[in-house]
Design a protein around this ligand. Structure first.
Ligand code: ZN
Length: 526
């Protein structure tokens, strides 16, 4: 079947009577409409896919171009609007939006919202469910189903401190309150920076605050992305790359340089892996976009490569100077959407020309318009991760017995580095020894489990397959499940198994997750 530009929707044309003319300010159009059951932004969850199992849950995911599936609007980050909404729900459920949520709102089934700051359409958001709130700071709280509310409030207890740190570095927070909403596990992303109310996957509730860089990331979007937006989806690195840089800075402020550097190095390693599969012309930070769907293309490279460029610039100009530049950048472009070229012109005059000889416009252009990583990049290093990776070699070669691995000293990130560094020729009894000693198949930390199940799937280590199956059913976050299916499909034996596991688990997955995984599992003959 021939389809023109799938997922792009249709234009609404409004015809005015001949000769009709009014001053612009008095012009009002009222559109009555209803969404269809397959609106791509809306995830209607039955009760069995929630933590409590008793009430249905609805959440939206408008980014990148799905706002148009539930509201007729100009669906581009280049257009901003304010909004008001009145939402009717079953009376026992609470509605929340990317707006002025009132933690003390009475559960009535009718809720009013106002968003006074102008936002782009991809930040329009709504959620309805059996959720309650718990304050975690002066201007911050967590909303979640009661079954996970206390765990979430503890896990994200540093949110107010992150907000304070971000304001000290990058200028005032412009949005009023900052709250978190913990969604059911089918949420396809780690987090979504809906203004005033970040949507967060429950998969980062690890019990030890080890995965809270997700919160630092979504919070940082209050500056990069929500305040200064990408003008088009080709400029998304301005949003995600800058946010990834800020998120590492906030992690360093709160938890110290060693932990921040561990996360920087893991991000950098992910970038190197991505460069092996992303086509060269899509490796530019500002590529010529070739896809109708902006969710397809750079495979996350815009996050890590953008972060690396900003870290390189920070090293060239010094942290204090670069912080001052960034705060000025957010102030200069606040509530605007800009292109990569506007960024380039601004940094040229506000930074490069002020400190000549440190870094050139041509060097920045290399990041924006060339594939790969420029030679001038300042690559992150982490002694603790490198030591853990070296231990993987020492253990596998028999140099160091498993009970002498310094696991107690390792952060969860170091354990991930150890698992990723396991050599290709491990024997099944070695994997069994590791699993029994470190309890990897039963890991509750979703990043440790992810790293382990990628390895076990790639090596056909079948004793872990039952736990792997539970893992694939437990989470719907694309980052967690997609690479495991990929490893199964590519291991030469388990493509059919991957297909049947996917058939079983997909009922709990979001359409975006299903769309990301389906192509991996198709038979070569199809
Ligand atoms: Zn982000």
């Amino acid at each position: 079947m021939w389809r023109s530009r799938p997922g792009q929707g249709e234009a609404i044309r409004i015809h005015l009577p001949d000769g009709y003319s009014v001053p612009r300010s008095e012009f009002l159009v009222k559109i009555e409409y209803q969404t269809g059951p397959d609106a791509s932004a809306l995830m209607w969850l039955p009760p069995e896919l929630t933590a409590g199992g008793k009430y249905p849950f609805l959440f939206t995911q408008s980014q990148s171009i799905h706002a148009r599936s539930w509201v007729p609007l100009q669906d581009t980050p280049g257009v901003r609007f304010t909004y008001e909404a009145r939402i009717h729900t079953p009376p026992q459920l609470l509605a929340l939006m990317s707006a002025d949520n009132d933690p003390l709102a009475v559960r009535s089934g009718e809720y009013h919202f106002s968003m006074p700051q102008p936002i782009p359409s991809y930040l329009l958001a709504l959620a309805v469910g059996n959720v309650f709130f718990e304050p975690i700071g002066e201007d911050t709280c967590v909303y979640a189903e009661p079954e996970i509310l206390q765990d979430a409030a503890w896990e994200f207890g540093d949110t107010q401190a992150m907000l304070d740190a971000a304001e000290a570095l990058y200028g005032p927070y412009q949005w009023g309150r900052y709250d978190l909403l913990i969604l059911p596990p089918s949420f396809p992303y780690g987090g979504m920076e809906n203004p005033r109310l970040s949507f967060i996957t429950p998969s980062v509730i690890a019990g030890d605050r080890s995965l809270v860089s997700m919160i630092a990331h979504e919070l940082a979007h209050s500056w990069s992305g929500n305040l200064v937006s990408n003008a088009t989806w080709r400029d998304i690195w301005l949003n995600e790359g800058t946010t990834s840089y800020l998120d590492a800075r906030l992690m360093e402020e709160l938890y110290g340089k060693e932990r921040a550097d561990e996360e920087r190095l893991l991000t950098y390693q992910g970038l190197l892996e991505g460069l092996e599969t992303v086509p060269a012309e899509m490796q530019h930070l500002a590529p010529v976009f070739q896809f109708a769907d902006p969710d397809v293309g750079q495979d996350g490279l815009e996050y890590a490569k953008g972060q690396l460029m900003l870290e390189t610039l920070e090293a060239a100009f010094g942290r204090d100077t670069f912080d001052e530049y960034l705060a000025g950048y957010f102030e200069h472009f606040r509530f605007q959407a800009i292109t990569s070229e506007q960024f380039l012109d601004y940094i040229d005059s506000a930074l490069l020309q002020k400190f000549p000889g440190r870094y050139s416009r041509a060097q920045i252009e290399q990041w924006l318009y060339q594939p790969g990583i420029p030679e001038s990049a300042v690559v992150p290093a982490s002694r603790s991760l490198e030591d853990a990776a070296a231990m993987a070699i020492a253990w596998s070669s028999g140099e160091r017995p498993v009970d002498e691995l310094p696991v107690e000293q390792w952060s969860p990130q170091a354990l991930v580095a150890f698992i990723k560094a396991l050599p290709a020729d491990l024997k099944e009894d070695q994997l069994a020894e590791l699993d029994q000693t470190l309890g990897l198949s039963a890991a509750q930390n979703s990043e440790i489990a992810r790293a382990w199940f990628i390895q076990t799937a790639a090596r056909q280590y079948r004793p872990a397959y039952d736990e792997m199956r539970s893992y694939l059913n437990r989470y719907g976050r694309t980052r967690l499940v997609k690479p495991v299916y990929q490893a199964l499909a590519d291991n030469g034996e388990d493509r059919a198994l991957a297909q049947s596991l996917f058939e079983e688990a997909r009922v709990g997955y979001h359409p975006l997750t299903i769309a990301a995984i389906s192509p991996l599992l198709q038979d070569a003959s199809e």
